[in-house]
Design a protein around this ligand. Structure first.
Ligand code: ADE
Length: 226
């Protein structure tokens, strides 16, 4: 999968994909991430990409021309299954969307800034609008890092133990059960005995029960959907 990201602040996206699982995914040739400075397509030599909004009001709007040119230039060499605009008024991102996007071939992500992008770009180029939560970030870059990380780790072959993503929180609309490691007794706080029993059927049942309990307690809205 190839992911292109259009950003006013590409520096913000230098490090997030250079470590751990994202690094491995790229080394294995399963994921390519390209961050593009939108100013490359600025309307003048001052690097202008935004302007005052029609109708008045505080805050600048990202202009049509730099975005349209960038999208068209990148689309001439890559076919994008999705052109995603990151915005707080988009549809809330979840694991189901991450799963679905991890199966796409190429994705183009637009990071918003200021008051956002001109509505005409949303209407004529964008195929999906995503918010990572009900709060407002200074720009879409951190949201893009969240999106790419959550999608990238789901690409088949990226995780070493292929099954491990299956047991992540949310994969079955359930939160993950508690986990423990050595020592067995830390300051008198003991690991549940069942985990030491060696009975894998019982352990699986216990984990499932714990996942259900935790979900009921913390996120009853998830079980409502099942
Ligand atoms: N840009 C600003 N806030 C955002 C959010 N919550 N999700 C996605 N993009 C954003």
């Amino acid at each position: 999968m190839r992911i292109d990201i259009l950003s006013v602040l590409p520096e913000l996206l230098q490090s997030p994909f250079e470590h751990s699982i994202m690094k491995r995914a790229q080394e294995k040739g399963l994921l390519e991430v390209h961050v593009h400075a939108l100013r490359k397509w600025a309307v003048n030599e001052y690097g202008q990409i935004d302007d005052y909004q029609y109708g008045g009001g505080a805050g600048m709007v990202m202009m049509c021309e730099p975005l349209a040119k960038a999208i068209e230039e990148l689309s001439s060499t890559n076919h994008y299954a999705e052109i995603i605009y990151l915005t707080p008024d988009g549809k809330t991102f979840d694991q189901r969307t991450a799963n679905m996007l991890s199966l796409k071939e190429n994705i183009l992500i637009i990071c918003g800034h200021y008051k956002g992008i001109d509505e005409r770009i949303r209407q004529h180029f964008v195929t999906r609008e995503i918010s990572i939560g009900d709060y407002v970030l200074s720009g879409g870059e951190l949201a893009a890092a969240v999106l790419v990380d959550s999608i990238g780790r789901l690409i088949p072959g990226v995780l070493n133990d292929e099954t491990s993503a299956l047991f992540d929180s949310f994969q079955d609309n359930l939160l993950a059960p508690p986990v423990y490691t050595r020592p067995e007794d830390f300051r008198g706080w003991k690991v549940p005995e069942i985990l030491m029993s060696g009975d894998h059927k019982k352990i699986d049942e216990w984990r499932h029960e714990q996942a259900l309990l935790r979900t009921k307690e913390r996120r009853p809205d998830l079980t409502d959907e099942v």
